[in-house]
Design a protein around this ligand. Structure first.
Ligand SMILES: [Mn+2]
Length: 245
């Protein structure tokens, strides 16, 4: 049986114009039974259609911030670097891939660009924009940019027990890593929040009624070797890609 072939959106160094992918994504997908392939950054509209048909599933990978114009804001003082080329590629690809009903996994920047593409908004900087009021007190955010290695979990995520993500991971709580200074603010109307950090920040979204669309704010590609839930997420995604063709 052929393995599913997964297209991954590329990292983009905006200084050198290099495109790249961290090997962790490729290793995680290979271990889950797929053939991962990095997509090019610049494609014509027709190419997007062809690519959406050619591949069995897509990973929207981690990377720089999403340009604030795309969710109706100007640039906050703590907004980071952006790649308009990646924004363009990923937004175009998202609509074509969804039209083709192919499985989609979003990771880190992936959850953010998918949310923006479907009409949601983003905290441009968690530390200065996000604080939850609870019992008359202001609760400040956790360290979403953890001060140690990416293969070490740093905070918990509570999963909605009715979600695909909870079913796939086989548990209601995850220990995840956290390497982001932006996050989902208002989820897109078609997306459902399925994972939340203890400070209230949205950490996972999924689309009900779509064949397979799960997006997470953490990086399971650094965890799957020692964490069963992270490995099961990649396995379930790859299995969905296998049945999609
Ligand atoms: Mn986090």
């Amino acid at each position: 049986m052929n393995k599913p072939v997964i297209g991954l959106t590329p990292g983009h160094n905006t200084d050198t114009q290099d495109v790249f992918l961290r090997p962790t994504y490729l290793k995680a997908l290979t271990a889950a039974g797929a053939i991962p392939v990095m997509l090019p950054l610049e494609l014509s509209e027709k190419d997007h259609d062809q690519i959406a048909q050619m591949f069995d599933g897509f990973v929207f990978t981690g990377g720089p911030d999403t340009h604030p114009f795309l969710f109706g804001e100007e640039t906050h003082s703590q907004c980071g670097n952006v790649s308009p080329k990646r924004d363009t590629l990923e937004l175009a690809l998202l609509s074509r891939v969804m039209a083709a009903q192919k499985p989609i996994l979003g990771i880190c920047r992936g959850i953010q660009i998918i949310n923006v593409g479907l009409g949601g908004t983003i905290y441009q900087d968690i530390s200065s924009q996000f604080a939850k009021e609870s019992d008359g007190k202001t609760k400040f955010p956790l360290a979403h940019q953890q001060p140690y290695g990416y293969d070490i979990p740093s905070h918990t995520v509570r999963l909605d027990p009715d979600s695909r993500l909870a079913r796939v991971c086989g548990c209601g709580h995850l220990n995840v890593n956290s390497i982001h200074h932006q996050a989902v603010k208002d989820p897109a109307p078609v997306l459902t929040v399925c994972g939340t950090a203890s400070d209230g920040l949205i950490e996972a979204l999924e689309m009900r009624g779509y064949p397979w669309l799960v997006a997470v704010q953490w990086h399971p590609e650094y965890l799957w070797e020692q964490d069963a839930a992270a490995a099961l997420l990649f396995k379930d995604f790859v299995n969905a890609c296998r049945t999609a063709y």
